[in-house]
Write a protein that binds this ligand. Structure first.
Ligand code: OGA
Ligand code: MN
Length: 371
């Protein structure tokens, strides 16, 4: 056991993970792909066609998305099934998803990391409970952390069981309609007409957070893609192969960018070793400074965020990144295998694996197959 941990600790992926996570001296980012400058990656990055007729301009607009013909999507040499879409969100609409992640999706019955240690009464309405502290933040930076700032993950739909590494019928609450609609559109545009969002994992990162090396294999239908939406400060995303010795490609994920992992790239190793806080003129990324002018609110899924709510979100986003991953768990019309096979609980491991914990003074969210 110890030997295998050591061996894994030295694999190629782990080395690169440590390289990009390093604080002192900070790493050289010159090998990190930037899809917002695809011309600088000649021979590696290719534009890819999308199903422009899968979603009408009107349907895209309701979800806060540009018409599909304006989207920029890329594939990557050596990673069939991997698609990178650079921010397709209409100006100001990313704010809506940020607000949903902080104010709406944190509400019960959704489950979050704080529920692992605290009672339901303590964790309910965590947005409201955090307001006084968040409002103080502007003037008193050293105020104690609010619940919102202690948030690391939220699960939606089929709530992922971090101990058994399974989803099950008895841990289900309705998946949010708005995120279901967004996911359905994005999947259809990428050629997956039957995708149904059934489970979501939202990750909340701060400037010193990372997400350990892992494969998302617990879903029962791997023919469906995994969608990943990124908001706030940029991240370095590492994309590997089926083995941890395979080459690893580092890339930036900026606010609004979407990654689709499907086909031969559905089950590859990946990780987020670092959040990159850019210190130019805006305290939050440029695309979050835009306001959304919703001309037809009755007909729209995405709504304008009130000034009051955005003030809190903006304070939070100055040092944060939020990632929403959306998964289909079951094959269409299928049911879960018998409950018996879902009872492999390893007691007491959830904290060690999945809570942010301190490692060399920085926090890392660990996942299955992490080291
Ligand atoms: C995940 C994941 C990546 C990210 O939640 O499974 O890989 O960019 N997230 O946060
Ligand atoms: Mn993942």
């Amino acid at each position: 056991m110890a030997a295998s941990v050591l061996e894994q600790g030295e694999d190629a992926f782990r080395k690169l993970f440590r390289f990009y996570k390093r604080r002192n001296p900070p790493p050289d980012f010159s090998n990190v792909l930037d899809f917002s400058k695809p011309e600088t990656h000649f021979g590696k990055v290719f534009t890819t066609d999308l199903s422009t007729s899968a979603v009408s301009d009107n349907a895209a607009h309701k979800c806060g998305l540009h018409p599909v013909r304006k989207w920029k999507a890329f594939s990557l040499d050596g990673y069939p099934g991997f698609i990178f879409i650079t921010n397709p969100f209409l100006p100001g609409t990313q704010r809506y998803w940020v607000k949903q992640c902080l104010k709406t999706y944190t509400q019960k019955p959704n489950i979050c990391n704080l529920d692992m240690h605290m009672s339901q009464i303590e964790t309910e309405n965590l947005w409201e409970k955090s307001l006084p502290g968040m409002r103080l933040k502007d003037s008193v930076k050293r105020a104690p952390k609010t619940l919102l700032e202690k948030l690391r993950w939220v699960t939606l739909g089929y709530h992922y069981n971090w101990d058994t590494k399974t989803y099950s019928a008895d841990r289900y609450t309705p998946f949010p309609n708005d995120l279901h609609a967004l996911s359905e559109k994005v999947a259809a545009i990428c050629g997956f007409q039957n995708f149904s969002a059934e489970a979501g994992i939202l990750n909340y990162y701060h400037f010193d957070s990372s997400l350990g090396i892992h494969v998302d294999e617990s879903e029962l239908d791997h023919s469906q893609p995994l969608l990943s939406f990124s908001f706030g400060h940029s991240a370095i995303f590492l994309l590997g192969g089926l083995s941890r010795e395979d080459p690893v490609t580092p890339m930036f994920m900026h606010s609004g960018d979407i990654i689709i992992m499907s086909g031969l790239s559905r089950l590859v190793y990946h990780a987020v070793p670092r959040i990159v806080i850019c210190t130019n003129s805006h305290p939050v990324p440029q695309s979050l400074t835009e306001e959304f002018r919703n001309e037809n609110p009755e007909d729209s899924i995405v709504q304008t965020v009130s000034k009051e709510d955005w003030e809190i979100c903006e304070e939070y986003m100055q040092t944060s990144r939020i990632n929403m991953t959306v998964r289909q768990v079951l094959k269409i019309g299928a049911v879960f295998p018998s409950e018996a096979s879902n009872k492999r609980t390893v007691k007491g491991q959830s904290d060690a694996y999945y809570d942010n914990h301190e490692e060399n003074g920085t926090s890392e969210i660990k996942r299955k197959k992490d080291v």
